[in-house]
Design a binder for this molecule. Structure first.
Ligand code: KG4
Ligand code: ZN
Length: 335
C-alpha cells in the first residue's frame, strides 16, 4: 500500500485445499503452510507492485487474535523484515484491520458511524466516533456469524468453508420454504447469538429422509441464511438509529455474502444513510486491510517493540482510538 492508501498489490494464499478434507481449519497445518509460503508471498507481493525490498517504509503485521502458530510465523517474519531493513514495525489487531477495510475504497466515509464486523471468529458492533474513538456496542454471546455458516454447511454436507457454499446454494432455493428462528435476544439488545439457530438446523435436518434432504437442501440453505441476514441487518440498523449516525460499515468475511449485501444496500437506501461494504476481496482476510490499519497506527506513532508477541486471544479494547483517513486529511492527527 502506498503512503496515500492505494493498494499496489494484494496477494492471497488460500489454505482451503489443505483444510477442506478435515471439514475445518487444522491449526498445526495452518502454521506449517504459513512457514512454507510466507516469504514467497511477500516476494510475490513486491514483484507485482514493482517495489524493491529497500523501498518499503514500514512493516505491518497481525499479532492477534487468531491461531497462535500462524500468528507466530507472521510476527517472526515481520520482525525479521523490519530489523533487516531498519524500518518501523507496526502491530495490527486483526479486528482493527477489518475495520480499516471500510475506508480503503471510500477514504471519505464519514464518522461517526456504526461498524459491524462479521467474520469466522467475531460478530461485533462498534461505534466509531468523529474523534476516532471506538466503542463496543454489542457482540456475539456464542457462535460468530461465520461460524454459524460454517457449522451449518458441515451439517448439510456442503464442505468448507461453509459461507460461500451456502451463499451459492441459497441463490437456487426459496428462503420462505423453511422458517428458522431469529435470535434477537432481549428487546433492544445489540448482542448476537447464533448457536440456537444452528441447533434448530441440526434438528430439522436429522428429521429428514435422504430424499427429502436432496429435494430441500437449497431451500434449507436459503432459509437458514435469511435468518442470519435478518438478525444482522436488524441489529446493525438498530445501532444506527440508537446512536443517530448516518453511516454504517459492514466488514469481515461474512460481509461478502451476496444476500446480506443486497439487503443492507436496500435498507441503507430506504434509511438514507451511507453504507460501506468493501469489495468481497477486502471482506475476507487479506493483507491490504492490515496495511491500511498499520498505516494509521504508524501515523499515530504506535510502533511495535522487538519484544512483540503473537497473542491468540488478543482483544480490541472496548474503547480505543482509531484514526479514520478523514481525520488525517483534515489535519487532525491524534497524539
Ligand atoms: O474474515 P474472515 O475471512 O476470517 C476470519 O477472520 O474469521 O471470515 C471468514 C468467514 C468464514 O466463516 C466464511 O465461511 C465466511 O467468512 N464467509 C462467508 C462468505 N464468504 C466468507 N459467509 C457467508 N457468505 C459468504 N459469501
Ligand atoms: Zn478476519
Amino acid at each position: 500500500m502506498t503512503g496515500e492508501g492505494r493498494i499496489v498489490s494484494s496477494v492471497l494464499c488460500s489454505q482451503h485445499d489443505v483444510h477442506a478434507r478435515y471439514g475445518g481449519v487444522v491449526p498445526e497445518l495452518a502454521a506449517r503452510r504459513h512457514i512454507e509460503t510466507v516469504d514467497t508471498i511477500a516476494t510475490e507481493a513486491l514483484r507485482k507492485a514493482g517495489v524493491a525490498w529497500t523501498n518499503i517504509q514500514a512493516v505491518a503485521v497481525t499479532n492477534g487474535p487468531g491461531l497462535a502458530g500462524a500468528l507466530l510465523v507472521g510476527v517472526s517474519f515481520g520482525k525479521a523484515l523490519a530489523y533487516a531493513l531498519r524500518i518501523p514495525l507496526v502491530a495490527v489487531n486483526h479486528l482493527e484491520g477489518h475495520i480499516a477495510s471500510a475506508w480503503v475504497e471510500q477514504p471519505d466515509f464519514p464518522t461517526p458511524c456504526v461498524v459491524l464486523i462479521v467474520s469466522g471468529g467475531h460478530t461485533h458492533l462498534y461505534l466509531v466516533q468523529s474523534d476516532g474513538t471506538l466503542q463496543l456496542l454489542g457482540k456475539t454471546l456464542d457462535d460468530a456469524a461465520g461460524e454459524a455458516f460454517d457449522k451449518a454447511a458441515k451439517i448439510l454436507g456442503l464442505g468448507f468453508p461453509g459461507g460461500p457454499a451456502i451463499d451459492r446454494l441459497a441463490q437456487t432455493g426459496a428462503a420462505a420454504a423453511v422458517k428458522f428462528p431469529r435470535p434477537y435476544l432481549k428487546p433492544g439488545s445489540l448482542d448476537f447469538s447464533f448457536s440456537g439457530l444452528k441447533t434448530a438446523l441440526l434438528y430439522h435436518w436429522q428429521d429428514r429422509s435422504a430424499q427429502e434432504r436432496q429435494d430441500t437442501v437449497a431451500d434449507v440453505a436459503a432459509g437458514y441464511q435469511e435468518a442470519i441476514v435478518d438478525v444482522l441487518v436488524e441489529k446493525a440498523f438498530r445501532a444506527v438509529r440508537r446512536h443517530r449516525v448516518n453511516a454504517l460499515a459492514v466488514v469481515g468475511g461474512v460481509s461478502a455474502n451476496s444476500r446480506l449485501r443486497k439487503r443492507l444496500a436496500a435498507r441503507a437506501t430506504d434509511a438514507g444513510i451511507r453504507l460501506a461494504l468493501p469489495s468481497p476481496a477486502l471482506c475476507t482476510d487479506n493483507a491490504a486491510m492490515i496495511a491500511a490499519a498499520g498505516q494509521q497506527a504508524c501515523r499515530q506513532g504506535r510502533l511495535a517493540a522487538w519484544e512483540l508477541e503473537a497473542s491468540a486471544d488478543l482483544s480490541l479494547p472496548a474503547i480505543m482510538e482509531m484514526s479514520p483517513p478523514k481525520l488525517r486529511q483534515a489535519g487532525q492527527r491524534r497524539a
